[in-house]
Design a protein around this ligand. Structure first.
Ligand code: HEM
Length: 485
């Protein structure tokens, strides 16, 4: 059978003098991620250069050799850079997400202690456990059996993650996941800050937002208000924490804010920058991953059953070690993030001229992005069944000679091919924490409840992305009890 002709939207976009591919960028602005992914699928080395207005260029890649080059072997040449700093700087300042060089290294070093085994154990067995048993489970319980109660599961997961990460970042509980589903102004302002900053970064013509900023109108006015709201609260908490630390005889470094304040950094703005970056990192990532995960489970009962079997082998409130041992669930989460990555695209900027392993020339100052979404959907990387949700591709049965014969063993994929958590020296710091939190939620929810999508038959949710991905319009579900199964 002849392959269908590639439509104009899947080939390298047309470019014109001065304005570059502005028309194609504008035409695909609502499906940016999917569009670039299609173009990459049709480019021979899985790398192509998008021409933006006024001579600006951006390289996209889904090629693991190129990813290894920018994230590891030539790490020194690929920074966060000017474009990202300009777009996110007003909101995030010099926090780890927006920092390079020594200030990045310092933040990475100090915060890495927050992710040691002792802290992670405490996090999952107390912070996550409490949020689950006292907040999420009661909300789900009260929706059981009611045909008329439709919950937005995405919203609940976002609220869960927001409470959790605020506790980790500055020991503060915003109480966002309450039965009344409050309109917490800090959370809403944080959302505005993230969304408008990311729109700046992806703008076809950045001049427009700069003019709006200058005139303090429209989205830029909203951004200014959101930033003030977020930073005012973070500064207030920082001051209180400072006082608390001064009064305490022994230091309990229970959160990142305490850690940084105790490391001798008392510059309020800088400490606030750090905390805000962490909230951004931990807020919408795990909730995005779980939203798509529960959607996929609803369509793949055999995977749900395998996970249930694994959960039933563990205690009712699985501890750190039991969670680590949930290999099938781990594989299913990886498989879900392969198809629906929480961060779909990640961009660096070249410090000096360079040539990528596939021969693409990169001029100093050019943005180079590895396309996580495209990589997860590449036939070259995952084989002809790439579109199937199949956790088993991450697993092997332990062979008969072993005393654990018949059990699953997780087989990881190299981090330049499965890039959901980035790779190299800046690989996600919260990776392990994220898996523990997600497995704890999966175990807690599935053991007691069935999450049933309340969408019409054949309706596929739409994947959209700001800095992190979202299910467009939320994830409406009904909740059924599993008791008696
Ligand atoms: C499923 C969940 C998660 C995914 C898929 C994920 C993915 C990523 C990705 C792609 C990056 C690179 C971003 C960039 O450099 O622009 C990153 C960085 C980072 N992540 Fe995560 N993340 C997750 C959860 C978390 C959590 C829960 C935390 C913290 C509690 C966290 C903390 C960080 C930090 C601090 C960085 C910056 C590391 C650095 O620049 O050195 N992440 N993550």
């Amino acid at each position: 059978k002849k392959a269908p002709p590639a439509s104009s939207s899947t080939t390298t976009p047309k470019s014109y003098p001065l304005i570059g591919s502005v028309f194609s960028i504008a035409a695909n602005r609502h499906r940016r991620v999917q569009w670039i992914s299609d173009v990459l699928r049709n480019s021979p080395s899985a790398t192509f250069t998008l021409r933006r207005a006024f001579g600006s260029r951006q390289v996209f890649t889904a090629n693991p050799a190129v990813v290894q080059h920018i994230l590891k072997t030539h790490f020194h040449n690929y920074h966060k850079g000017f474009y990202l700093h300009r777009a996110l700087g007003d909101f995030l300042g010099n926090g780890i997400f927006n920092a390079d060089g020594d200030t990045w290294k310092f933040q990475r070093q100090v915060s890495s202690h927050e992710f040691n085994t002792r802290s992670l154990r405490k996090f999952v067995e107390t912070v996550v456990d409490t949020e689950l048993s006292r907040r999420l489970a009661p909300i789900l319980s009260s929706a059981v059996g009611s045909e008329s109660t439709v919950l937005d599961f995405q919203d609940l997961l976002q609220r869960f993650a927001f409470d959790n990460i605020c506790r980790i970042a500055f020991g503060y509980d915003p109480e966002y996941l309450l039965p009344s589903l409050p309109k917490t102004s800090f959370a809403i302002a944080f959302d505005d800050g993230t969304r408008i900053s990311s729109e700046r970064f992806n703008a076809a013509i950045p001049l427009f937002w700069k003019i709006k900023k200058l005139l303090n109108i429209g989205s830029e006015k909203r951004l200014r208000i959101a930033i003030k709201e977020v930073r005012d609260l973070a500064t207030k908490i920082t001051r209180e924490k400072k006082q608390e630390l001064q009064q305490k005889a022994s230091l309990d470094l229970a959160d990142l804010l305490s850690r940084f304040l105790s490391s001798g950094h008392s510059d309020e703005d800088f400490v606030v920058d750090i905390v805000l970056s962490f909230i951004l990192a931990g807020r919408d990532t795990t909730s995005a991953a779980l939203t798509w995960f529960f959607w996929l489970l609803s369509k793949h009962p055999h995977v749900e059953n395998e996970i249930l079997n694994e959960i039933k082998e563990k205690s009712e409130a699985p501890d750190y070690d039991e969670l680590k041992d949930m290999v099938y669930t781990h594989a299913a989460l990886c498989e879900s993030m392969r198809l629906y990555p929480p961060v779909p695209v990640d961009t660096k900027e070249a410090v000096a001229d360079d040539v990528l392993p596939d021969g693409t020339f990169v001029k100093k100052g050019t943005r180079v992005a590895y396309h996580i979404y495209a990589m997860g959907r590449s036939e070259k990387l995952w084989g002809p069944d790439w579109a199937e949700f199949r956790p088993e591709r991450w697993l092997k049965r332990v062979n008969a000679a072993d005393n654990e014969a018949g059990k699953w063993r997780f087989v990881g994929m190299d981090s330049f091919t499965f890039t959901a958590f980035q790779a190299g020296p800046r690989i996600c710091l919260g990776r392990e924490m994220a898996f523990l939190q997600m497995k704890k939620i999966v175990a807690g929810v599935l053991r007691r409840f069935r999450v049933v999508p309340a969408v019409g038959k054949g309706v596929e949710p739409v994947y959209i992305a700001h800095l992190t991905s979202l299910m467009q319009g939320g994830f409406p579900v009904r909740i059924e009890s599993r008791c008696g199964d």
